[in-house]
Design a protein around this ligand. Structure first.
Ligand SMILES: Cc1cc2nc3c(=O)[nH]c(=O)nc-3n(C[C@H](O)[C@H](O)[C@H](O)COP(=O)(O)OP(=O)(O)OC[C@H]3O[C@@H](n4cnc5c(N)ncnc54)[C@H](O)[C@@H]3O)c2cc1C
Ligand code: FES
Length: 280
């Protein structure tokens, strides 16, 4: 992390990828202006950063790239309000800032040696993508057992990372299940809601951990499926997206119970969340 945590690191917008047909979700590939900043920006999947648009403000966004991908960091951003709209209006080559990496990580050490089930819905697949790309990297793949992925969107045009989905599909070391609520004339894949597909795929809970991110309604209906499959609350992880300001545990804007989501999270097991909040 940089010396003064309030000062953004300068980065250039290297590449912008429009992810969805509605055009309101884009992936921003950012390149560090200074080599030293790139070397110091050491992160793991699950962390986030504050994206800083000079003169407009900051937004906390999960890091969507994997630390195994060198030379850049990526963020997938939905256009929501002031800062994210400014980001969406940017062109390649624009100078902006990044503060981070911030927060905790997916529990990589705990996941080691286990079967991993990744469940994502909509555009909340960003840090799960980071985790997946990290685990399937040649240097890391042997550290993890079976990898099962269930990823769903409302319709085919809303699936993000389509090129990577096609690449992952070809691998025989990932059990990839992509689904849409409702297909169209071009869609040849699976149709069905994420919880239903999880039920059909029925990953074993034996030596397994599930990491789940998505809209609250998806999470609400997916969790009972995992409980039925025998997953304990200790072995189900999720990531929270509370409103934030400082991102470093100083301002008290993001607390859930006695925890700061920006510092103690955003990743929590359900067991950790018990007693902190009813909504996740
Ligand atoms: C740890 C973390 C990771 C995140 N990762 C991503 C990501 O990968 N991609 C992404 O697109 N977004 C992500 N978000 C949400 C993102 O931070 C907000 O959408 C963004 O800050 C909105 O900023 P804005 O200035 O454009 O909107 P504003 O002008 O501030 O607000 C626009 C609208 O968005 C709502 N809003 C603002 N912040 C949040 C929030 N945190 N949660 C829900 N609603 C909010 C406001 O109530 C308002 O209705 C993440 C949030 C957190 C805390
Ligand atoms: S955002 Fe300031 S304490 Fe978490």
């Amino acid at each position: 992390m940089q010396t003064n945590p309030y000062v953004p690191i300068p980065v250039n917008v290297d590449k912008i990828i429009t992810e969805v047909t509605t055009k309101d979700i884009k992936t921003f590939r950012l390149a560090f202006v200074n080599k030293e900043d790139e070397e110091n920006f050491k992160y793991l999947p699950g962390q986030f950063a504050e994206l800083s648009v000079f003169g407009k403000g900051e937004s906390p966004i999960g890091i969507a790239s994997s630390p195994t991908q060198k030379g850049y960091i990526e963020f997938t951003v939905q256009k929501a309000g002031v800062v994210t709209s400014e980001l969406h209006a940017m062109e390649e080559g624009t100078l902006m800032g990044v503060r981070g990496p911030l927060g905790n990580t997916w529990p990589i050490d705990y996941l080691e040696g286990k079967n991993i089930v990744i469940v994502g819905g909509g555009f909340a697949f960003t840090t799960l993508r980071s985790l997946l790309n990290y685990m399937i990297d040649d240097a890391n793949r042997s550290r993890f057992q079976n990898i099962t992925v269930v990823y769903g969107a409302r319709e085919p045009g809303l699936l993000i990372y389509k090129d990577e989905l096609a690449q992952w599909e070809k691998r025989d070391d990932i059990n990839l299940n992509v689904t849409v609520d409702k297909g169209d004339e071009t869609w040849k894949g699976r149709e069905g809601f994420v919880p239903t597909v999880c039920k059909e795929v029925a990953p074993s809970s034996e030596n397994a951990v599930a990491v789940i991110c998505g809209p609250p309604i998806m999470i609400r209906f997916t969790l009972p499926v995992f409980f039925d499959l025998g997953f304990s609350r200790e072995n189900i992880y999720t990531s929270l997206e509370m409103r934030m300001k400082c991102g470093i545990g100083k301002c008290g804007r993001c607390n859930v119970g006695h925890k700061y989501v920006c510092k103690d999270g955003p990743v929590f097991s359900l067991a950790e969340l018990d007693g902190l909040t009813k909504e996740y």
